[in-house]
Write a protein of this length. Structure first.
Length: 276
């Protein structure tokens, strides 16, 4: 039988080496976890239902059924504007449309678009919106992430609405969300609209610059919009701007919605269309 003798000097040297240069993961403190580590959840975006025209009410009811049958736990559903088709003061259209949306099992949050509050009839339609739907800007929290929903058409189109200053109210909401990640939702993206070989200008320079300043100063992970009736990705102030396809049938569009996955500060999505 062969015997193995270990020199005590060698053993001492080995122990000293391991103390100074431990193997990876041995004796080291665990990596610090961010406040968002492990945060993962799903939410849905719908947009541009334009209730009161064509078959948009029926399309919405079918999408509501699809959303309710998703094999995920949905934190909420956000509607990014143009709920109605210039007819928010029509109580029949309003009640039918909101009734269809309230068939959703997940919590529902809404914000107005340019066809909800009309520039040609600001006071009347803004009052109808706030009384029957909700505030012009508000914040809700899901899984530690703050969702800010903002009416931004005055910035996009350069008009004023008495008693409402979008950038100031948005800044206040962002300051109130300090220390938490934020997703901003509004209707019209702050970028040019290029479609059918033509380009329509986006927000004016000062308005866009004001938005970019706010985005840069706070922990805004993404901006989610509607209005374009197309599936697009843009960037504003270094933040991704997602534009989703509509429910409405204009321009031959197929009705759809977005399923987002939020995971540790990043967003992925699937666009799901209503079978024709």
């Amino acid at each position: 039988m062969m015997k193995c003798f270990l020199n005590p000097t060698w053993i001492g040297a080995l122990l000293l080496w391991l103390a100074v240069f431990p193997p990876p993961g041995v004796g080291a403190d665990p990596p610090a976890l961010s406040a968002e580590s492990g945060t993962r959840f799903y939410f849905v975006q719908i947009t541009d239902t334009h209730f009161g025209e064509r078959d948009h009410l029926e399309r919405t009811r079918k999408l509501v059924d699809l959303i309710n049958r998703l094999p995920y736990e949905i934190a909420c559903v956000v509607h990014t504007g143009d709920i109605f088709a210039d007819n928010i003061t029509d109580t029949g259209v309003r009640d039918a449309g909101l009734g269809a949306l309230r068939g959703l099992r997940a919590p529902l949050h809404l914000l107005p678009g340019n066809h909800d509050i009309l520039q040609k009839d600001l006071e009347k339609t803004a009052t109808a919106y706030t009384r029957s739907v909700g505030p012009l800007l508000h914040a809700v929290e899901h899984h530690g992430v703050v969702f800010i929903l903002a009416y931004t058409e005055p910035l996009a189109l350069g008009f004023a609405l008495d008693g409402y200053e979008p950038l100031r109210e948005l800044e206040a909401a962002l300051v109130g969300s300090a220390g938490k990640p934020v997703i901003l939702f509004h209707h019209r993206p702050a970028v040019d609209d290029y479609y059918e070989l033509g380009s329509s200008p986006g927000w004016g320079g000062p308005a866009r610059a004001g938005l970019e300043k706010l985005l840069a100063a706070h922990d805004v992970k993404a901006v989610i919009t509607g209005h374009f009736h197309r599936d697009e990705l843009h960037w504003v102030g270094g933040r991704p701007v997602f534009a989703a396809p509509p429910v409405a049938a204009y321009w031959g569009r197929q009705a759809g919605f977005r399923l987002y996955e939020y995971r540790n500060g990043r967003l992925g999505y699937r666009t799901i269309y209503l079978p024709e």
